[in-house]
Design a protein around this ligand. Structure first.
Ligand code: SAM
Length: 284
C-alpha cells in the first residue's frame, strides 16, 4: 500500500498534421493509466496511429465537474493521468480548466507536456507584432454580442488572436470592418499544418473580398489575427527621449535638435522645444 499521489499531465496533441506530436507526449500517453479526452472517438484515431492503448474517459464542458471529482480520486489513489483535447493544447479554448484547478487545489502535481496550439502557430508565421498579444478565443456567435465584444477591443494596441469556425468567418470579418475600419491590417490562418494550409494577410477590406471571391477559402478551421490599434501619441518625453535631445543639443541649435528628436522619439516637437529651453538654461 502506497500513499504516493499521481500526477496529472496536460498533453498537447497535433492541430492537423499527426506528426506534430512530441516523443515525450507519446511516452506520457502510453505510460499513464488513463487519458481524459474531450471526445474519445475523435482521439482514438490519434492514439491508434501511435499504438497507444491507454483507456480513455470523456471530459467535456457538460461533465467536467463530475468527471473532475472522479479523476481526482484516481490521482489521490496514486494513478498518473493525462488530459488531452481534440486538437492542440488543452484549456486553450478547450475543456480542462475546472479539472486543473481542482487538482492543483488538492495539492496534486500538474505537469504540462507542451506542443502545438493553433493561435501560437498562426502568430508565429503571421508577420504581425508578436511581442505583446492577447487571445480572445471564440467571439460570441450572435452578431449583436459579437459587435459588443469587438467594440470593447477598439483601443486594444496589442495583436488580438481569435478562433473562428467556417460558418462565421465572413460575418466575423465584416463585423471587424464595421468596428475597426476596413484599413486595419489582419491575417487569416486557415487549416494550419493540413493540406490546404493558407496564411493570408491584408487589410480587413481586402480579406473580406478575398473570402468572398473563393468559396474554398471559407472552409476549414481558422485563426484570425488582428493588428492592434495605433498607440495614442506620446506627449511627455521620458528619460530616454531627454537623453536623445541632450545629445542633439550638444551639436545643433535648439529648433533643429527639437525637430530631429521629435522624429526619433515620436514626442511632439513643441514639447521637446520647451524641454530644450530648460536643459539649456540648466546647463548655462
Ligand atoms: N486548444 C486548441 C489549440 O490549442 O489550438 C484550440 C481549440 S478550439 C476549440 C478550436 C479552434 O482552434 C478552431 O475552431 C479553430 O479556430 C482553431 N484551430 C484548430 N486547429 C486549427 C488549424 N489546424 N488551423 C487553423 N485554426 C485551427
Amino acid at each position: 500500500m502506497t500513499n504516493k499521489t499521481g500526477v496529472l499531465y496536460v498533453v498537447a496533441t497535433p492541430i492537423g498534421n499527426l506528426r506534430d506530436i512530441s516523443a515525450r507526449a507519446i511516452d506520457t500517453l502510453k505510460d499513464v493509466s488513463r487519458i481524459a479526452a474531450e471526445d474519445t472517438r475523435h482521439s482514438k484515431k490519434l492514439l491508434s496511429h501511435y499504438g497507444i492503448r491507454t483507456p480513455m474517459t470523456a471530459l467535456h464542458e457538460h461533465n467536467e465537474a463530475e468527471q473532475s471529482a472522479m479523476l481526482l480520486k484516481l490521482l489521490e489513489s496514486g494513478e498518473d493521468l493525462a488530459l488531452i483535447a481534440d486538437a492542440g493544447t488543452p484549456l486553450i479554448s478547450d475543456p480542462g480548466y475546472f479539472l486543473v484547478r481542482t487538482v492543483r487545489a488538492a495539492g496534486i502535481r500538474v505537469v504540462p507536456v507542451p506542443g502545438p496550439s493553433a493561435g501560437i502557430a498562426a502568430l508565429s508565421a503571421s508577420g504581425l507584432p508578436s511581442d505583446r498579444f492577447v487571445c480572445e478565443g471564440f467571439l460570441p456567435p450572435r452578431q449583436s454580442a459579437r459587435r459588443q465584444r469587438l467594440e470593447a477591443l477598439r483601443q486594444e494596441s496589442r495583436t488580438v488572436l481569435f478562433y473562428e469556425s467556417t460558418h462565421r468567418i465572413t460575418g466575423c470579418l465584416q463585423d471587424m470592418v464595421a468596428v475597426f475600419g476596413g484599413d486595419r491590417e489582419a491575417v487569416i490562418a486557415r487549416e494550419l499544418t493540413k493540406t490546404f494550409e493558407t496564411i493570408q494577410g491584408g487589410t480587413l477590406n481586402e480579406l473580406v473580398a478575398w473570402l468572398q471571391a473563393d468559396n474554398n477559402q471559407r472552409k476549414g478551421e481558422f485563426v484570425i489575427l488582428l493588428h492592434g490599434a495605433p498607440e495614442p501619441d506620446r506627449v511627455e518625453p521620458d528619460a530616454r527621449d531627454l537623453q536623445v535631445l541632450k545629445v542633439l543639443l550638444r551639436e545643433l541649435p535648439l529648433k533643429q535638435a527639437a525637430g530631429l528628436a521629435a522624429k526619433i522619439t515620436g514626442v511632439p516637437k513643441n514639447r521637446l522645444y520647451e524641454k530644450g529651453i530648460t536643459l539649456k538654461r540648466d546647463d548655462a
